[in-house]
Structures are given as structure tokens and as C-alpha cells.
Design a protein around this ligand. Sequence first.
Ligand SMILES: [Zn+2]
Length: 105
Amino acid sequence: MKKQPTCPCCGFDFEFKPVLIGVPFQCPNCGKQLRTSQLYAICIKSIALLASIAIPLYFGFRWYYVCLAAALLYAPSYYVAAILARATAPPNLEDASDILTLVQK
Ligand SMILES: [Zn+2]
């Protein structure tokens, strides 16, 4: 069984809690701002983009329909990729408070 994401500050187990990918969120136990690594978010988005393009290509759509279908399929592809990624390779969570203080300045 794969290790579930845990808070790096307090060790809270996110096994039954949703983890936002690429967006800072608050740990429900200690209140720290957390986020997944940027590389993890980029990988999920890349997989979703490739799947949303590959699916209409597989069914033989013309290029302009491929673009339209890819735009429509990106969100569901992202959702499926995120679920599969969490089940097979759970994200490491990092402290996002340093990022947020940079943004607030
Ligand atoms: Zn915590």
C-alpha cells in the first residue's frame, strides 16, 4: 500500500481528506498553508493534456475537432489523472507559507 500524503509540519494524515493540486490549502489539524510540489502539479497537467489530445486522435477526429475535443476533455482528464496519481503516487506536501508571504508583499 502506498503512503498517503501527510502534513510536513504536524504529520496529519490526508488519507480521507482531499488534497488540492498546485493550489495552496490549509492543513485542517495545524492550520499551516500547504501545497503539492510544482513538479507534481506539472506532471498531472501534462498527463491530462496528453490524454485529452490522444483520445480524439485515437478515434480519428480531424485536427480542428481534436482541438475542440481536447478543450472539452481536459477537465475530466485532469480529474481522472489526479485520482489515479493519488492512488499510485501520492503527492509530497510542502509548506506553502513562504510562497504566500512572497505573494502578499
Ligand atoms: Zn498540519
